[in-house]
Design a protein around this ligand. Structure first.
Ligand code: EPU
Length: 338
């Protein structure tokens, strides 16, 4: 039985902690329930919410909000060295990471403590500390909202890119991911510790031969030291993407900003850290009443209390304008604005 509720506050359902109302709300815990809700002709306008960790709600939602609460972690195939696991969309990402560590499975350790749910992880190909979701992704199942058919997407089908996939592009708003299959290692774990901060955290703790548990602990320590905990200070992680600019543009910027860091992309382009740009525009730690820019990571906009989504959105536009004016760079939001 699924019960559709009216006028529900979405505050507990978005990590920014914004208090906007959903006109209608339902939580589903199976594909069957999701199909039942979608075949109800009373509604045609939907907003799907997973962990609500990548959304800025600027107004009340005049639609049926469908909270995807499908649970379950099951093994589907295994060899001596690898294992394939099916995870339902509504599992919390970090709980899945903890589950994998408990079973001594490798591959997720660098992705520790990322907010959000498993079902939304492929949409923007979540990534941190040198690892992206696509590195351990095998396939996913997704429900076509129109036809209510389940379709399987291979890794190639998903067109993964930096914080990008087919679900953000061609298939935006057309499919709901219900389950994701991952391939993890049972032995000979391939540790990725070359991302600067991880290695120095391990060195600091005197760890010479790290395990997946050590790497996860290092990542948790680094993230906790600079990213605000959404259960304490509302936020959505990185608000903007790191922009890609041409090498010639980068060389021009270097004249006035010799310290500007960059990551190589290809022969013609580089990626520059949006956090650095925003800090050098003077926004880092800026607080406007109940909201602002986090003081330890300029890429993160925060809600200190009862901020309004529209105010945070205005602040994001000010940052974009300044970046355009000073660096001639268009900062794209990573967070979805609604
Ligand atoms: N930087 C600054 N000032 C700041 C923040 C960063 O100068 O306020 C500089 C740092 O000194 C460093 C560079 O920017 O030189 C990169 O900083 P950091 O390593 O913290 O990573 P990031 O590029 O800011 C990205 C992801 C994060 C992820 C980290 C670690 C994006 C948009 N963000 O941030 O992802 O945790 O790398 O891998 O790619 C998220 O998506 O929510 C998220 C937190």
């Amino acid at each position: 039985m699924v019960k559709i509720l009216n006028n529900i506050s979405l505050k507990p359902y978005n990590t920014f902690g914004l208090d906007v109302n959903a006109k209608h709300f339902v939580s589903v815990n199976s594909v069957a329930q999701l199909k039942t809700v979608l075949s109800n002709n009373d509604f045609s306008n939907y907003l799907f919410l997973g962990g609500g960790s990548n959304i800025l709600l600027t107004k009340n939602v005049d639609a049926l909000v469908i909270h995807l609460n499908l649970k379950g972690i099951t093994t589907c195939a295994e060899t001596k060295t690898d294992i394939e696991i099916d995870v339902a969309a509504g599992e919390k990402w970090h709980n899945f990471v903890l589950w994998s560590l408990k079973h001594n499975l490798g591959g997720l350790e660098n992705l520790s403590l990322i907010p959000g749910n498993v079902g939304t992880s492929p949409i923007q190909n979540i990534g941190a500390y040198g690892v992206e979701l696509k590195d351990i992704f095998v396939s996913c199942k997704a429900l076509n909202i129109e036809t209510l058919e389940l379709k399987e997407f291979s890794k190639a089908d998903c067109n993964f890119g930096y914080r990008d996939s087919i679900f953000k592009q061609k298939l935006k708003g057309k499919f709901i991911i219900t389950e994701v299959r991952f391939k993890l290692t049972k032995q000979n774990h391939q540790l990725k510790t070359n991302y600067g901060a991880i290695q120095s955290e391990l060195d600091f703790n005197g760890i010479k031969n790290p395990t997946i548990h050590d790497v996860s602990k290092a990542v948790i320590a680094i993230r906790s030291s600079k990213l605000p905990d959404p259960s304490k200070i509302g936020n959505s992680g990185s608000f903007f993407k790191n922009p890609v600019i041409s090498k010639s543009h980068f060389e021009q910027l270097k004249v006035n900003f010799p310290d500007l860091p960059c990551y190589s992309i290809d022969d013609n382009n580089v990626k520059v850290p949006a956090g650095w740009l925003i800090e050098h525009l003077g926004f880092k730690g800026k607080r406007l009443g109940n909201y602002g820019v986090h003081h330890k990571q300029a890429l993160v906009l925060v809600n200190y209390g009862d901020a309004k989504g529209e105010d945070i959105f205005e602040l994001s536009k000010l940052i974009q304008q300044a970046a355009k004016q000073i660096f001639s760079i268009n900062l794209e939001t990573e967070v979805n604005i609604l």
